[in-house]
Design a protein around this ligand. Structure first.
Ligand code: B16
Ligand code: MG
Length: 214
């Protein structure tokens, strides 16, 4: 019996991937190389430092840990400037209505995001009041596909893992949900995220009542 919904942020509730892409691209361009939107797909759901390592690999750049910290901070400065201007109009289709319906149906709601900027994004988009618990990159040490972020969220919600359903747009996140023994709804094109229990294009196509038939 499903008792809680745990939502990933980027790609499920809002599309911040476009801002991540712009900021990482600017950083790569400063270092003298570029990467494609297809490559950017690989950065979805993984942490800031893991993203930087991948990008540096694409550009064949060697950096010290100190240089990497400065580069990540530089990218984050540009990113925060962009997300600081987000509005509720940027909530993805169906997300707000689904959150409201889940809470009205008595389900607990939690956030399980890799982002260290989740509070600012939720505040800017007006989504903050719809969550019982927030767990993000500030509270965990291991990145998805490790299940730590979802397990921590379930613990804080006081709900057994088996009774939680995770909403994810990234393969690493689907694997994390499965490793936590939670149900998983993939958000994206059907055909991708094949290990999710069900894949829907967006939250318009789902009701809380559907969750007990996953
Ligand atoms: P930050 P999610 C993830 O968010 C993004 O998908 C990923 O591209 C990003 O690197 C990660 O957050 C860290 O974000 O730099 O803001 O800490 O999909 O887990 O909500
Ligand atoms: Mg995501």
């Amino acid at each position: 019996m499903i008792q809680a919904c745990i939502f990933d942020l980027d790609g499920v509730l809002v599309d911040t991937a476009v801002y991540h892409y712009q900021a990482w691209k600017r950083l790569a361009n400063e270092m003298g190389f570029d990467f494609t939107e297809e490559q950017n797909e690989q950065l979805k759901g993984i942490s800031r430092m893991d993203s930087l390592d991948k990008i540096l690999g694409w550009g064949q750049q060697q950096k010290t840990p100190e240089e990497k910290a400065l580069l990540a901070a530089r990218k984050n400065g540009w990113y925060v400037e962009m997300i600081g201007k987000m509005t509720p109009a940027e909530i993805l289709p169906g997300a707000l209505d689904f959150l409201k319906a889940a809470r009205a149906a008595g389900l607990k709601t939690g956030l399980g995001s890799a982002s260290k900027n989740s509070a600012l994004i939720l505040e800017r988009t007006g989504l903050l009041p719809y969550f019982d618990v927030l767990v993000d990159g500030n509270h965990v040490t291991k990145s998805k596909p490790d299940p730590e972020v979802f397990v921590t969220c379930a613990q804080q919600l006081g709900i057994a893992n088996e009774n939680c359903v995770v909403f994810e747009d990234a393969e690493a996140g689907v694997q994390a949900a499965k490793a936590a023994h939670m149900k998983c709804v993939g958000i994206g094109s059907t055909g991708a995220l094949t290990s999710a229990n069900r894949v829907v294009p967006d939250l318009v196509h789902l009701t809380p009542q559907d969750l007990n038939n996953l």
